[in-house]
Design a binder for this molecule. Structure first.
Ligand code: ADP
Ligand code: ZN
Length: 762
């Protein structure tokens, strides 16, 4: 039916206002506006905002979310009718509805997509099941006839007798009477029973929490912790919205502060969300919260099956618990009386979702807390530039813990210049002489060693092995990436192109291309050098499940591993007191990623890794190998001077016009058709540039090839919008017809996505 068809829809006169006859429904699909559906008479008054509905959509039937009920429909379009109402109660509260609405607007996705990401993945499958069951036929023959019909088949008789006692589902029948299902067919033919489909509410399989369990005992705060806690708890007691940034080195007792703040919240009969990066949601973290809060805690992590996730979510929804511990999506925990959201490692990249809706959980948490009058407590040893800037703007209150608890001392950090290693010692291996002898020394003392290799830098950059100089874009101050097919160096922000130089522009040495090392190669080298050491490698390739991770953990603690080789996977949330040496191989890798945040990340990573050394009584040692030992970042790592790093980095960001002093939106275009994606990006770039000239303070960078230009035979381009105010950028996006058209036509052929406040610009 096309929209020209005039169709008169009679209003339902006699309906009280609470029984509005139309529902506006959104879907987990990239659609801009809600769709209106007729509420059928049997569901009038039952359909409420925040409920799911099953509705016809095209030729399918899909789940949608009711976001509004309306009295009138006067557009000349025929409406379809809601088919089913799976829930008895709304599953999305008003609070989450308005949060997701904001989120969808801000992050340029659809409302339904935002709602869907606020709900557990297992919900659609598990909240109710359609079950086939069997019952007696409605018009049974006489008893005599029945006896006659069944007399030659005892199996059919026993099935029939069972069904006579109660309705029974088919699975249950089969366990009670094996082979019972096949007997059913004859019973149906004899018109003694009928099979029907029944809707079954899923049972909670988990024992309910006991709310009166006492808290675990807690430690006496240090004076520093006490001061920090007092500041936060006075805001908690006042029931006001406020965001805090707690800056404290690893082991300074931040988690203790979180726990006590949460406890305070629970004493006020409120609820708490504790967010940690997925990677640090280790059994240790969980255990710590379980010990303190018993089964008042629901844990949401990706190691759970969909059903388990759903059941944890349901405990929150039904108010059987008062704390949710989880990664990014825990920000949507359906608590009603939220008092605090704690975000540990607030700088962590995993808080930004890298698929639609591309929300940042930290910023979403602040929005949620604002409307709930709750407190946000962000903690980190290496806060993000955004949060530091926000403390300077007085949006967040700055709190700090300056010393480590107990005797454990900060590690001694030293640098090894790998250029010298090659030039003077003719050592072209991965491990320097200094690191080798340090390893030998720890092995002889039965201490553990952690060798860290950052593998994230997969883009190829060019550096001079003599002076360590890395080629950068003259305009953007990001590393240029080598593209073999064109034999050119490219900037992935502005598309600046340069020829591959014949020699280094700094020292006139010979230039070579760099193409990366892996942990596997390192393991081979270590095995060759230290054949008697027990070496284990842990990275994404070796850890498929959580089990191997847990096994590594046990082996480390039991002292069954001498040398652990790993990537960032192991930098967080682990506390191995017997690790006294940390070696960082190729620290430059992190630095040379073509992203304006690469320096910030490298600093965070190295500080994080260094924090792994010497958490026991022996002071640890960190050896950082690099081609570029004079980079300012290393100085701050060596001196453990986070604040000085922030100052320097913020100054550079301001000079170069990067966040947090500006805001960015990245539009990404992906296609397997290389020329299509190029021409479309250029066209979009021109259109946006035209618009930007009418807006003061907005510039368009690119279009340019993305740093990781070709992934799985798809080609990526991006256009970056930069401006002082996000509102101006959002305005351009909303007004751009080209963009809206591309978005609504986005498909496998040419996919377009908009990333607001992008975190990865590769
Ligand atoms: P962070 O979260 O900053 O890394 P934690 O809270 O995990 O620090 O504290 C580090 C270690 O010190 C933990 O083993 C913790 O139990 C212990 N700890 C924390 N606060 C105190 C305290 N006030 N007294 C004694 N031990 C403490
Ligand atoms: Zn550039």
């Amino acid at each position: 039916m096309n929209s020209q068809t005039q169709l008169k829809i009679e209003p339902f006169d006699a309906i009280p206002s609470t029984e509005k006859p139309y529902a506006e429904v959104v879907f987990n699909l990239p659609l801009r506006d809600p769709f209106t559906y007729i509420i059928p008479p049997k569901l009038l008054g039952k359909v409420r905002v925040g409920m799911r509905v099953l509705v016809p959509f095209g030729r399918r039937r899909i789940t949608g979310y009711v976001v509004n009920l309306v009295e009138k429909w006067d557009k000349p379009i025929a409406l379809k009718t809601i088919a089913e109402l799976p829930d008895l109660e709304p599953i999305v509260s008003e609070e989450i509805l308005s949060l997701t609405r904001w989120l969808a607007d801000y992050y340029q996705s659809a409302w339904g997509e935002a709602i869907s990401s606020a709900l557990p993945a297992g919900l659609d499958k598990t909240s109710y099941q359609l079950v086939k069951a069997v019952r007696l036929a409605s018009n049974l023959p006489t008893e005599e006839e029945i006896t006659d019909l069944l007399k030659r088949s005892p199996k059919q008789k026993s099935v029939f007798d069972l069904v006579r006692q109660k309705e029974i589902n088919l699975a249950e029948l089969e366990t009670l009477i094996p082979g019972g299902k096949s007997a059913l067919r004859s019973l149906k033919e004899k018109k003694l029973v009928e099979v029907f489909t029944e809707k079954k509410e899923r049972q909670a399989l988990v024992p309910e929490g006991t709310m009166d369990q006492p808290f675990g005992s807690h430690l006496t705060f240090t004076p520093e912790q006490e001061a920090v806690f007092n500041e936060i708890s006075s805001t908690i007691d006042a029931g006001k919205f406020q965001s805090f940034l707690l800056h404290g080195i690893t082991g300074s007792g931040k988690t203790e502060v979180y726990i006590r703040c949460i406890q305070r919240i629970l004493e006020m009969d409120k609820t708490a969300i504790m967010m940690v990066p997925e990677i640090s949601l280790t059994p240790q973290t969980v255990k710590r919260f379980r010990q303190r809060f018993g089964d008042r805690v629901a844990i949401l992590h990706s190691g759970l099956s969909q059903t388990e996730r759903y059941l944890e979510w349901k405990k929150i929804y039904e108010e059987k618990v008062s704390i949710a511990v989880g990664a990014r999506s825990a920000v949507f925990a359906p608590f009603k009386n939220l008092g605090i959201i704690v975000i540990d490692e607030e700088h962590d990249g995993s808080y930004k979702q890298d698929s639609n809706p591309r929300y940042h959980a930290r910023d979403t948490a602040v929005m949620r807390a604002r409307s709930a009058n709750a407190v946000v407590l962000m903690g980190s040893a290496t806060p993000s530039m955004e949060s530091v800037h926000n403390t300077q703007l007085k949006k967040y209150k700055y709190l700090s813990l300056k010393s480590r608890i107990g005797e454990s001392m900060l590690p001694i950090v030293s640098m090894v210049d790998m250029k010298r290693e090659r030039k003077e010692f003719k050592n072209f291996a991965m491990l320097s002489g200094v690191l080798r002898s340090a390893i030998r020394d720890r092995l002889s003392r039965n201490e553990q060693i952690f060798l860290f290799l950052n593998r994230r830098g997969t883009a190829r950059f060019v550096f001079c092995p003599d002076c360590g100089y890395v080629l950068e874009c003259a305009h953007c101050s990001v590393t240029l990436t080598f593209h073999g097919t064109e034999d050119r160096l490219l900037c992935h922000y502005c598309n600046f192109k340069a020829r591959m130089p014949n020699h280094c522009v700094e020292c006139h040495g010979e230039v070579i291309r760099f193409s990366g090392f892996g942990t596997q190669k390192m393991e081979e080298e270590v095995n060759k050098l230290f054949p008697h050491a027990r070496t284990t490698r842990i990275d994404r390739d070796t850890t498929r499940g959580r089990d191997s991770f847990a096994a590594m953990h046990r082996d480390m603690n039991a002292g069954n591993i001498d040398i652990l080789i790993g990537t960032q996977m192991i930098t967080k949330g682990h506390d191995f007191p017997n690790v006294t040496l940390v070696g960082v191989i190729h620290a430059d890798l992190a630095l040379n990623i073509p992203d304006f945040r690469s320096c910030e990340r490298a600093f965070q990573l190295l500080t994080q890794v260094a924090g792994r050394a010497g958490r026991g009584k022996v002071p640890g040692k960190v050896i950082i190998q690099t081609n570029n030992p004079d980079h300012y970042m290393f100085e701050f790592v060596q001196e453990h001077d986070v604040n000085a790093f922030h100052e320097k980095e913020l100054k550079l960001r301001r000079q170069l016009n990067y966040p947090p002093f500006t805001r960015l939106v990245a539009i990404e275009l992906v296609s397997d058709n290389e020329s299509l994606v190029k021409s479309t990006s250029e066209k979009l770039g021109r259109a946006l540039t035209r618009q930007a000239t009418r807006n003061k303070g907005v510039e368009i960078l690119g279009p340019s090839k993305a740093a990781l230009y070709q992934i799985q035979n798809k080609f990526r381009w991006h256009v970056i919008l930069r401006g002082q105010k996000m509102q101006a950028l959002q305005g351009i996006l909303a007004d751009s017809r080209e963009l809206q058209e591309l978005k609504s036509a986005s498909s496998g052929k040419l996919k377009i996505s908009v990333d607001v406040d992008p975190f990865n610009l590769q």
